[in-house]
Design a protein around this ligand. Structure first.
Ligand code: SAM
Length: 226
């Protein structure tokens, strides 16, 4: 992967596939255009069980985009919205945004993904308590193709990382794709790195994947709870 043409996000998805197990709860802390959420939903749907994805973003455009992508991508015989009797799995999206119109909402049956319009520092408010979370994924920065001023910030990213740490199951993973090429990106990366460096070695395996000959390439940070 390091020497191939894969993007940091694709490498991250490959790592997630090794971590996600039957019935797992996954959190997408920055759903953006929905590509990470979609990858997670497919991982959960692959394993028919009680698994679920909780995805969030602070901007309406991102939630609309994620909703659209899920709608477009999962409408097949195996992964369907709605409730045909013979469907192998059913995807139900509960959109938790009372003030947001224009997003398709599906309800009933076994929910595999829920979208929330909140800051990720508040993730504990939307993920049911007491359910161990296997994966919390962050893809930091701004929405590609969207408003570049709405961006993740070190302070709330660190609060979200503390929340993720509290929620994570043993054997769980916090995955971050961190961008350093935009204003504030390098500082946010340093804050993430300081957080990771401070985790006790008895409980955490912390590593990063960084291109040494492309200084502005995104960095994949992986924090595995032993
Ligand atoms: N994971 C996305 C995908 O697969 O398309 C890309 C995410 S994009 C790089 C970063 C996202 O973080 C943006 O959509 C932005 O709105 C969101 N964001 C910024 N600050 C946030 C916060 N405090 N809480 C949750 N999301 C936030």
């Amino acid at each position: 992967y390091i020497f191939g043409k894969k993007k940091a996000t694709e490498v991250a998805h490959s790592v997630w596939r090794h971590i996600v197990q039957n019935g797992d709860i996954l959190v997408d802390a920055t759903c953006g255009n929905g590509y990470d959420t979609l990858a997670m939903v497919k991982m959960v749907a692959d394993k028919p069980s009680t698994g679920r994805v909780y995805a969030m973003d602070i901007q309406k455009a991102a939630l609309e985009s994620t909703s659209y992508l899920l709608d477009e991508s999962l409408d097949s015989d195996e992964l369907v919205f709605g409730c045909p009797k013979d469907a192998k799995y059913m995807i139900v999206m509960r959109i938790c945004m009372p003030n947001l119109s224009g997003i398709t909402s599906h309800s009933g049956g076994k929910g595999l993904v829920e979208l929330f319009a909140i800051c990720h520092s508040r993730m504990e408010e939307v993920v049911p308590k007491g359910i161990p979370v296997r994966l919390v994924a962050f893809n930091l920065g701004y929405l590609p193709g969207g408003d570049k001023a709405t961006i993740t910030k070190s302070e709330t990213t660190l609060q979200a990382l503390e929340a993720a740490k509290r929620m994570l199951a043993p054997g769980g993973l916090i995955s971050l794709v961190v961008y350093v090429g935009h204003p504030g990106g390098r500082e946010e990366y340093e804050a993430v790195q300081a957080f990771a460096s401070g985790l006790p070695v008895e409980n955490w395996i912390c590593c990063k994947l960084q291109m040494l000959n492309r200084s502005s390439a995104p960095i994949l940070v992986l924090l595995l709870n032993r």
